[in-house]
Design a protein around this ligand. Sequence first.
Ligand SMILES: NC(=O)c1ccc[n+]([C@@H]2O[C@H](COP(=O)([O-])OP(=O)(O)OC[C@H]3O[C@@H](n4cnc5c(N)ncnc54)[C@H](O)[C@@H]3O)[C@@H](O)[C@H]2O)c1
Length: 378
Amino acid sequence: MKIEKINAAVIGCGVISDIYMDSLKNRFRIINLTACSDLDEERSRKQAEKYGIEPKSTEAIMQDPNVDMIINLTTPNAHYSIIKQALNHGKHVFSEKMIAVELEQGKELLDIARAKNLRIGVAPDTFLGAGIQTAKYILEHGLIGTPTSALVSLNRNFGLFGDLLPHLLKQGGNLPFDTGCYYLTALAALLGPVEYVNGFSRTYRPDRVGEHLDKPWFGEPMKAEAENILVGSMQYKNGVLCSVHFNSESIVNELPELKIYGTEGVLIIGDPNTFGSPVVLKKPMSDAVEFPFTHGYKDNSRGIGCAEMAWAMRAGRPHRASMEMAYHVFEQIHGMLISARNGCRYEMESTFEIPEALPAGYIDNGFWGPTEESALIK
Ligand SMILES: NC(=O)c1ccc[n+]([C@@H]2O[C@H](COP(=O)([O-])OP(=O)(O)OC[C@H]3O[C@@H](n4cnc5c(N)ncnc54)[C@H](O)[C@@H]3O)[C@@H](O)[C@H]2O)c1
């Protein structure tokens, strides 16, 4: 039986588009990348030339009956409108995180997709990488016994980055949404849905100035429009209690912490914003040991989420980076912020099915040749 590729086009040709286009042209063959667009036509033309695809307008991509899937790599404030347009043109969508800015927008997109029987897949897709799939293997094989609690902590310096990437200072682009989502998605893929969340938040230094000496906006007033410190707690449906800490007003070299404590061990997961951070297992009465990866995709495999979704479309099964899981994580963050603003516990409304583990044992290159996609087919 011949497997038909999924025809896809990228909208948004900025920083992250390179790794996507490279993966989709040279690594994952289930997708036939045909075109790209950007508000900035010059960017779109450059990327099109580099990857041998056609530069088009977003409207032309939306109207093209040969495009099955839109890959949305625009900035977070444009995600909702691009996804909505794509669904209304009958296209499946894979979008960079997060699905939208406002909770209601995310809900609306899920409703449209369901009504039209279309798929939305959403990054982060790093949970499909070697690190988090190995953590899943450890959990599913009972090596830490029953998980009872978890810990998430992430710090950054948006005083500095916010100069360069202003969306980091705005609602929807602030640390919990921009990077916290990697941590919460990893835990979602490992522990499942959450029942209740609580939060405390503040906007530290709302009025600031551009700090980069060599930039034209040096010394110019800037506003941090969104909460930049959030601490919270979450109760998973399986009973696990989790402590959450995001601080974007700290130092540049972040100190990622992601741990799951169980009755028979502690699982220490590396940076979930990467595919192949080491996974460490601590058992009683023994030293902590780095666990060998049980799965492939330890290098930067961004694009794997849309390739896996394309294989799922061909196989008629659910894809793993599902809109339900993405929306649930989105609701967790909103829920913590709502709790902080209202001073009350937030009860989660959404839920999702834990994505199945990828098949274990995949190695980057088999003796018989590259087996890059072997783990994505089932
Ligand atoms: N840069 C990273 O390291 C990184 C890593 C992982 C994920 N992401 C995510 O990828 C997405 C894009 O990030 P980036 O760093 O590439 O941003 P970027 O600003 O470099 O690029 C975004 C591009 O989208 C274009 N764009 C914005 N609105 C548009 C619209 N309505 N129609 C067409 N084009 C539009 C912009 O002109 C810009 O070229 C974001 O959601 C971000 O969170 C970025």
